[in-house]
Design a protein around this ligand. Structure first.
Ligand code: GUN
Length: 291
């Protein structure tokens, strides 16, 4: 059994991106420029955006965080998005989710110019992805693909069972793994799936992305399966300084011994998502997808 080391893979890809940025700027091009928009005071979002800013600096990107107050109206946010869409200096930008309840996330996502949508959330990008056209891929699915690639995990002809059908993880990863080059036979399970245990137990590759802590137990896993855990549930803990710890969607201690490969939480898929954002920002800087 191999524990997939997301930190190691992320560090390796970060170096590759930094080398490409250095090469680009040595040839006189500007470093890619990413803007992150943060509305309100959500603690987790502030942490994520801080990590993104730090990673940008590490790979040599320019970056800015645009902090807006909790009371920002949807209209005001849409006006900022319009400004970023039109600013030729800005290669790509993200609006950190979740947004305050009075703002429609869908309206915000659809207001972003698809050419600058480095989160890959705009319907133009998801549509292009599903059609197998070049697009900005959403971070978590792309991170999973990078892990499979790095560890040379065979996917062709394998039965991949995805648990969870979210727009940002379950459905895109299911679609991508069914495409040419990955060639999985894919099943998506969700809250209405019948015989979920049996379906999951038939998976050669199981991707748990339902957001329920320790949902996947050893009896649901075929011996030798590859298990990718996308869950990140915060639970109170008296053993950590912060007072909480992260749990995945997989009961790691009992599932790991049955697997060929498994991702831990934290340190599996998590560290990869920022790298995917960096990959998209590099593509945006090079005008690689839309010219
Ligand atoms: N909130 C949690 N993950 C993400 C992400 O990948 N992008 C954005 N914009 N918000 C998030």
């Amino acid at each position: 059994m191999t524990i997939i080391d997301g930190k190691e893979v992320a560090a390796s890809l970060r170096k590759e991106i930094a080398a490409e940025v250095a090469d680009m700027t040595a040839k006189g091009a500007k470093a890619p420029y990413l803007v992150a928009v943060l509305v309100g005071n959500d603690g987790a979002s502030q942490t994520y955006v801080g990590h993104k800013e730090k990673c940008c600096a590490e790979v040599g990107f320019r970056s800015t965080v645009l902090r807006l107050p909790e009371e920002t109206s949807q209209e005001q946010l849409l006006a900022e998005i319009d400004r970023l869409n039109r600013d030729p200096e800005v290669d790509g930008f993200i609006v950190q989710l979740p947004l305050p309840g009075h703002i429609s996330e869908q309206a915000v996502i659809e207001a972003i110019d698809p050419r600058k949508d480095v989160d890959g959330f705009h319907p133009v990008n998801t549509g292009r992805m599903v059609s197998g056209l070049p697009s900005y891929l959403p971070a978590t699915p792309d991170g999973i693909l990078s892990l499979l690639r790095y560890y040379k995990i065979e996917t062709a002809g394998k039965h991949c069972v995805v648990i969870g059908r979210s727009n940002i993880v379950g459905r895109p990863i299911a679609n991508l793994l069914s495409q040419k080059g990955w060639d999985c036979t894919v099943t998506i399970c969700h809250s209405r799936t019948k015989n979920l245990k049996e379906v999951v137990a038939s998976g050669d590759i199981v991707i748990a992305a339902l957001g329920k802590a320790e949902f996947v137990t050893a009896d649901m896993i075929k011996p030798g399966a590859v298990v990718i855990d996308v869950g990140i549930t915060r639970v109170p803990s008296d053993k950590t300084k912060s007072g909480w710890k992260l749990l995945g969607d997989v009961k790691f201690d009992e599932v790991a011994p049955k697997c060929s490969y498994i991702t831990p939480v934290p340190g599996g898929v998590g560290p990869m998502t920022i790298i995917s954002l960096m990959k998209n920002t590099l593509k945006a800087g090079r005008k690689e997808i839309y010219g």
